[in-house]
Design a protein around this ligand. Structure first.
Ligand code: PT1
Length: 277
């Protein structure tokens, strides 16, 4: 993969992999304590991930895990905005906001976010237009259904073809809305309305999506597809997740959304050292 990604005022050269460190600010992700403690803890974790080699911090205030229930825009804003502001005071590291809600996109970007990471691929009314106006980078992810029910009966005739077609269409919709092509990232959405078999087919055929010649992001870290293969709980999926990430890199992915930044950075350093692709 050659080319680059424009993020804020920065240009990322895609010959070096990009690590997006996950910062969940959902209540279940943090131990109790007041809002102030939580903001402090979140900032400390973000700074740790930056030190470990993260290129982007991805902040999310609504869980999109299978079975998760939606939260209101007010709730989401209350969780993410203080954290974005606080990280901005400490660091210039690019921030992405993991949201599907136009109000949250707008407010998060005003608070300092540089990228919108949307598991709904900007399908909410006005989301495309807002991202075009804000001139932010966007990540368009494929999902079948919605988080609460998406794992009930995922169905595809050809998962690779359907995901690729969807991403191609959403990419075109972005261009039509006036979003710059060099600010668009695609993501097949591992675990989002997909059986284990669907996830494995996508991983195996990731090169088909890379044929669109756009930067590809994958998020596999700690997910249940690893749990199903390894038969291990969420805190014992690191090595399997690293293997999946290296496979994805070999097939052309260049951005990786991970919990464990330091080991991921090491694994990707090896991948990046092979300049043959
Ligand atoms: C992702 C992603 C995301 N994943 C992008 N954003 C989550 N761009 C949140 C499981 O099966 O892959 N790409 N934002 C987290 N969502 C899930 C989904 C977490 C499935 C866990 C599972 O365990």
């Amino acid at each position: 993969m050659t080319g680059h990604l424009s993020l804020g005022t920065r240009q990322f050269d895609l010959s070096r992999s990009i690590v997006m460190g996950i910062l969940n600010v959902t209540p279940d992700s943090f131990s109790d304590g007041g809002q102030f403690d939580r903001v402090d803890q979140a900032v400390a974790h973000a700074m740790r991930m930056q030190q470990d080699g993260a290129d982007i911090i991805d902040i999310g205030g609504e869980s999109t895990r299978p079975g998760a229930r939606p939260v209101s825009a007010e709730q989401e804003l209350e969780r993410v905005i203080p954290v974005i502001r606080a990280i901005r005071r400490e660091s210039t590291i690019p921030i992405s906001i993991d949201t599907s809600k136009p109000d949250v996109m707008r407010t998060a970007v005003a608070a300092g976010a540089d990228m919108v990471n949307d598991v709904n691929a900007l399908r909410a009314p006005a989301a495309l237009q807002i991202c075009a106006e804000l001139r932010v980078a966007v990540c368009l992810m494929h999902m079948q259904g919605e988080p609460r029910t998406m794992q009930q009966q995922p169905h595809y005739d050809d998962v690779v073809e359907e995901v690729t077609d969807f991403l191609r269409q959403r990419y075109q919709a972005c261009l039509d809305a006036g979003i710059d092509g060099d600010r668009i990232v695609l993501d097949p959405g591992f675990g989002f309305g997909k059986t284990l078999e669907h996830n494995l087919q996508l991983l195996d055929k990731l090169d088909a999506i890379c044929a669109l010649e756009l930067p590809l992001l994958v998020g596999i870290s700690r997910k249940s597809m690893l749990g199903a293969i390894l038969d291990k709980p969420v805190n014992e999926r690191l090595y399997g997740g690293i293997a999946a990430m290296v496979i994805a890199h070999c097939k052309g992915a260049r951005l990786f959304r991970v919990h464990d930044v330091a080991p991921s950075r090491d694994a990707l350093a090896l991948c990046d050292a092979l300049k043959s692709e």
